[in-house]
Design a binder for this molecule. Structure first.
Ligand code: P6P
Length: 329
């Protein structure tokens, strides 16, 4: 089916972005393969657990491993990427004899994979950096601050498959045509609303949240016409899905520190940094409770961070509660 609108195809849209743009085109091509695998996952023996756990202790699904292997193989076979840091690999993977390549990728190959077996949308999140020096890529190249990202984005395998990315010049969304598996510009120049009516958090941890987080959750549920409250609670259990909805419609996603996870659960390098880059490029905000996510200097591949991300006014309000813990009534 040809698209019934004269839409711009990804590779021509991104032509002037150079090698990072070519890398994004390659990631999208692999994403289209993952999308097709997910479409028929129920018909093939690729659902369910792999029997392994990743470094973070998450149960690894068969499709986590398949997606991880697909992305790594395609990145290595390309001619731009010198190394990959993945949620599914204990350590960074530096491609040997690829010293001429300048860009590295950090990724969560399949975010929200616990949802796959129940047909809830999942996604791939990626972050692109340029290595800091000529010569071989080194592990320290993977630990740059998020503010030094060259580009970042995600693929969302939902009711349709989308690619959303930024290379520092705003945020654009592309929808995959299932027949051609090409991506077409469907959401140009995405700007996230300054405020929204949705807040996303796992209420199951309420008792374990800080006083400030509890007070902000109560604030979200209080009736107040002037500030459009109560807000709606929406939490899919797949960060990419919650993030994408809030990006387009306005809202805040929170995964704070808890007693069980004193540094939060979500990973800085391949979940929070790329989505923080996207959020800020679209006019939003992303903090860890006090600092800008993109200002954090990483030290470990799988380090976690608390995260409050989304509409700027909502993130600012949530931060007011983290300092004062005052329920403004
Ligand atoms: P919880 C998926 O495992 C994930 O990394 C995010 O995609 C999601 O938002 C979060 O964890 C869900 O975690 O503890 O609420 O089940």
């Amino acid at each position: 089916m040809s698209t019934n609108r004269n839409l711009t195809e990804l590779s021509s849209f991104i032509a002037d972005v150079g090698d990072p743009g070519k890398l994004i085109v390659d990631l999208a091509a692999t994403g289209s393969k993952v999308s097709q695998l997910l479409d028929k996952a129920g018909l093939t023996d690729i659902l369910g657990e792999s029997g392994a756990q990743n470094v973070s202790g998450d149960e690894v699904k068969k499709l986590d491993l398949i997606a991880n292997e697909l992305f790594i193989a395609d990145l290595k076979a390309g001619n731009i990427c010198c190394g990959v840091g993945s949620e599914e690999n204990e350590k960074v993977l530096i491609f040997e004899d690829r010293d001429d390549r300048s860009y590295l990728v950090l990724m969560d190959p399949l975010d929200g994979s616990s949802n796959i077996d129940v047909n809830v949308p999942v996604g791939t999140i990626f972050s692109i950096f340029k290595k800091e020096n000529e010569g071989p890529c080194s592990e320290s190249d993977f630990y740059q601050k998020g503010s030094k990202q060259i580009a970042a984005g995600y693929l969302l395998y939902g009711t349709s498959t989308m690619l959303v990315f930024s290379s520092g010049e705003g945020v654009n969304g592309f929808t995959m045509d299932k027949e051609s598996t090409k991506f077409f510009l469907s959401h140009p120049k995405i700007q996230t609303p300054e405020s929204g009516k949705t807040y996303s958090i796992n209420h199951g941890y309420f008792d374990d949240f800080s006083h400030g987080v509890k007070e902000y959750i109560r604030y979200c549920g209080q009736t107040d016409e002037e500030t459009n409250r109560p807000y709606s609670s929406r939490y899919v259990g797949s960060m990419v899905s919650d993030f994408h909805r809030n990006l387009l419609k306005g809202g805040i996603f929170m995964y704070p520190d808890t007693g069980k996870n004193p540094n939060g659960k979500l990973r800085l390098l391949y979940e929070c940094n790329p989505l923080a880059f996207i959020s800020e490029q679209a006019g939003g905000m992303a903090v860890d409770g006090s600092r800008r996510i993109l200002d954090i200097t990483p030290s470990k591949l799988h380090q976690t961070t608390p995260v409050f991300i989304g509409s700027a006014n909502m993130v600012k309000k949530a931060m007011e509660f983290q300092t004062t813990g005052h329920f403004s009534g």
